[in-house]
Design a protein around this ligand. Structure first.
Ligand SMILES: NC(=O)c1ccc[n+]([C@@H]2O[C@H](COP(=O)([O-])OP(=O)(O)OC[C@H]3O[C@@H](n4cnc5c(N)ncnc54)[C@H](OP(=O)(O)O)[C@@H]3O)[C@@H](O)[C@H]2O)c1
Length: 226
């Protein structure tokens, strides 16, 4: 029987984040750095990345900034945290830097109107499947869709109370990303299926945004009985 405890040691891995200047990338970077991982925040502008990293490294966290291409090359694991609009174009441009690496996609293809958030149609099925189609030499894993960037940034929140659904077609890669999620205090990484099931995980974010708006919270998810 699989256990949430049988996970690889990922403490020495460098975590790079494309679009690391935004709330999601910056927040994840902060938490991985607190856990002790070296973090590289990426950006389309090296200067913006260095500014974002300086705020975190001022708090003695192991974070540096670089342009997205350098960040992609430096990371053992590379997280994609850019808006859905720029997703495909950015990944195509970094195909060679990302070859041979685990690429973690947390992008939620959502639209927003007066009714709130809604799911956008994606020809490949999901953002994660688009990443896999565009990066044939990388191992794409989907994770971190439901975590609140507000909680990640909040210095009064010591434990981020949520499970992280981790999806992918390569078991070693999903175990590695589940282990990474589990390094953030309060979080557990939970395997949740193959990449072909990523669409509903990305789409569920629209429901969580509705929960957040209705109850004025930053809701997370817990999987029971494991
Ligand atoms: N915010 C959350 O709570 C949250 C939670 C879970 C998942 N997510 C997902 O994480 C992703 C990032 O969320 P976010 O709120 O951090 O987004 P964001 O602030 O809108 O964007 C993040 C960064 O992406 C870069 N970027 C913007 N447009 C781009 C483009 N066309 N091409 C390449 N890079 C571009 C920007 O950095 P530079 O200008 O420095 O390059 C920006 O700072 C989204 O796909 C979202 O669905 C967000």
């Amino acid at each position: 029987m699989g256990s949430l405890r049988d996970l690889p040691d990922v403490s020495l891995l460098t975590i790079s984040i494309l679009g690391g200047t935004g709330p999601q990338g910056r927040g994840l970077g902060r938490r991985f750095a607190i856990a002790g991982n070296q973090v590289v925040l990426g950006s389309r502008s090296a200067e913006r990345a260095q500014e974002a990293a300086a705020e975190l490294s001022a708090a003695d966290l192991p974070v540096v900034g670089a342009d997205n291409s350098t960040a992609a090359a430096k990371g053992d694991i590379v997280i994609v945290a850019v808006p859905w609009d720029g997703h495909g174009e950015l990944l195509v441009s970094l195909r060679s830097e990302l070859a041979g690496k685990i690429v973690v996609d947390c992008v939620n293809p959502l639209g927003f109107d007066k009714g709130g958030a809604f799911v956008l149609a994606v020809p490949e099925g999901s953002a994660a499947q688009q990443a896999a189609a565009l990066l044939p030499d990388s191992t794409v894993v989907a994770a971190f869709h439901h975590v609140s960037a507000v909680l990640l940034a909040d210095e009064t929140v010591d434990e981020v109370d949520t499970d992280i659904l981790v999806l992918g077609d390569d078991r070693q890669a999903t175990d590695t990303v589940a282990a990474l999620a589990s390094r953030i205090a309060g979080m557990r990484g939970v395997y949740a299926g193959k990449l072909r099931n990523a669409a509903q995980v990305e789409g569920l974010t629209a429901n969580l945004i509705s929960v957040n708006r209705r109850y004025k919270v930053h809701a997370g998810l817990r999987v029971t009985d494991i």
